[in-house]
Design a protein around this ligand. Sequence first.
Ligand SMILES: Nc1ncnc2c1ncn2[C@@H]1O[C@H](COP(=O)(O)OP(=O)(O)OP(=O)(O)O)[C@@H](O)[C@H]1O
Ligand SMILES: [Mg+2]
Length: 455
Amino acid sequence: MRIEEVASTAKSSRVSPHTHIKGLGLTPAGDALPLGSGFVGQEQAREACGLVVEMIKQRKMAGRALLLTGAPGTGKTALALGIAQELGTKVPFCPMVGSEVYSAEVKKTEVLMEHFRRAIGLRIKERKEVYEGEVTEMTPVETENQGGGYGKVISHVIIGLKTVKGTKQLKLDPTIHDALQKERVSPGDVIYIEANSGSVKRVGRSDAYATEFDLEAEVYVPLPKGDVHKKKDLVQDVTLHDLDAANAKPQGGQDIMSLMGQLLKPKKTEITDKLRQEVNRVVNKYIDEGTAELVPGVLFVDEVHMLDIECFTYLNRALESSLAPIVVLATNRGMCAVRGTDVSAPHGVPVDLLDRLVIVRTQTYTPEESIQILAIRAQVEGVALGEDALAFLAEVAEETSLRHAAQLLTPGAVLARSAGRGEAARGDLEEAHALFQDAKASARQLSAQADKYMT
Ligand SMILES: Nc1ncnc2c1ncn2[C@@H]1O[C@H](COP(=O)(O)OP(=O)(O)OP(=O)(O)O)[C@@H](O)[C@H]1O
Ligand SMILES: [Mg+2]
């Protein structure tokens, strides 16, 4: 049975509330398009977020913080995800929800610290000794199992590598054979093997094998130039947390790259403050030497009113450290008590932290905008919807929230299907709306029938 080759079919049908958001939808000049990258309206907030992205790209915003506020369902989380999309994969984006800090096992500030460090990237450039080339042969050599068990074990693997300049045959350790298997290397692939660590990287398929009609997603690369054995500049993107984790179980060499090599091994030892300082020291040294470059990313804390005074104090201080990312906070609260105190403050955020933030407000949507967003959601969720059904949902969104209205789409479609209709009509959505209450309606009912519930 070949389990690895069974293609997954589940992925395309998985839909999350924000799948339609593909970016912030701005023009190159930074103006918001009425509809762009899945975003509708909310122009000012989007332009503000675009500015944040610009500042991050120019490395001008480390240690600053932005607060997104606005009513529920006005797109705060969506905006943060839009920022993440605009930044691309090279800039770290670390999302968390305020309540994540409450864990029975780890201190609250420890959780925050870890996320902070996940949001700070490091681009390491290193010259490494490698063997690079197109694989011409790959022969594992087996011997009898010395341990007395059944079967044979691999004693070494013979691999032939070809470049434009020549070929070389290497006799390699069985661990490298495992690495080759993991990368699914087969003859005709271009790979490189790091001389020190023995880690294998598959670059792609040699373009000599490229066919004109190719359906698979394969990367074709030219035959490498130069010798098989050479020095190569490698660039790696890691976060400070990666380094902490890799160092928490130190084995082998002390240079950054051999620490990297340990990333995939199981790691579960404590990351202490002392260790972090040590990592910072090494990182600062690498930065000074020019081998590494700091890439401050984004730490996004959703539902920030869930943090308590201890966390806020920590945030205050952490924002001022030299290795700080950009912090984006979001909340839908108005005046409320700061957790852990009985002082009430705007957005549930202590005023001394508020003072350091720039605040972006999200506006509530007009009915037309709601219709547009709901239409996008219907399309993403694969729900066929009539014109008046959409209008009804927009009304629901007006009274309750956009999120609640969007959540009725799929139940409506299911109701329509069970009645044998392909398109969800207004009636189906009315039925769904009657079956599922929104938060406000439920709260109204609770207070009306308070005497019937246990308190
Ligand atoms: N301007 C918009 N364009 C397209 N989709 C949007 C827009 N605003 C919100 N949405 C979508 O509406 C839904 C609700 O938005 P979101 O979850 O971002 O709200 P929120 O402001 O974070 O609310 P809460 O305060 O309750 O967390 C999501 O599916 C989101 O993708
Ligand atoms: Mg949200």
